[in-house]
Design a protein around this ligand. Sequence first.
Ligand code: ZN
Length: 313
Amino acid sequence: MTELIYPQMPERSLVVLIGPSGSGKSTIARTWPASQVLSLDALREVVSDDAGDQTATGDAVAALHLLLEARMRRRLFTVVDATNVTRSAREPLIAAAKRHDMLPIAVMVATPGSVCIERQGPRPANRTVPEDVVIKQHKDMVDSHRTLKAEGFSEIVFSDSLYRLLPFLERLSETRQADLGLDGSAGLGDLNLVSRVFGAEILPLWQWKPGSNVADGDRVAEIRLGQQYLTLALRTDVDGEGDVGFDVMVPCPHDDECTSRAWVPAYSVTCLFRALNGDLDDDEDIVCTAHGPKNGDEQDDDLEAQDLEVIHG
Ligand SMILES: [Zn+2]
């Protein structure tokens, strides 16, 4: 085998990961940008809604070959994330690379079989590969090592010898710097807080409402999609110590007819879901601008009872 250490893969190469289920191929693959990785599991999910549906493998492989051809034709660096433990699985990959003058590189993910089997445990049921299948895949991988060169791979590398942590962190860091505007762009600005609290997926729906005074002068925002929406307020001193947080508007828990605004703290996207779903309508942390806190109910009842006592003597 080659002793070559691979700090940097040549740009015009096709990286074929080879390893049994549970060997850690996807973890390595994720260190490259998503657009550069063709994952058989992901394509199985695309064609069948179920990444573990083995009956979808034929269609997923066909899709993978189609996408691979399109990328090789463009001479784009590509990683194939599939077990690739058989010669018949690897042959069309090598052929596609060679057709377009790309360098096929085999990366053996030679994790011990016992570890691969252990890793099946925590996986979702549909993604668990039976032990005998993993053992067979592991044996096939070991056996294939001798023939890889003859099959046409230009290089054979063990994943242990890769330097992938640095580029992975670099990419994550660049994304983070861009969000913060430290790369010279405008950055997300005050949306960083929104992203941190509710997740980046919410950002496209998030709309600040400058000039709105429904929150007594605090900044107001709306999350709207079609007919459904939530109104939020940014509170800049939620605990008397200057911490910031969000409230989401909910119906007044005291009185169905109340037209004042009632708010409840929103700590995560789960709070947003529950607020829209009505699950927070009886939350004890709701405060109505007119009626006060929800847990003021008992007090009100006591007062009413006292009033009645007074009336009835
Ligand atoms: Zn009220």
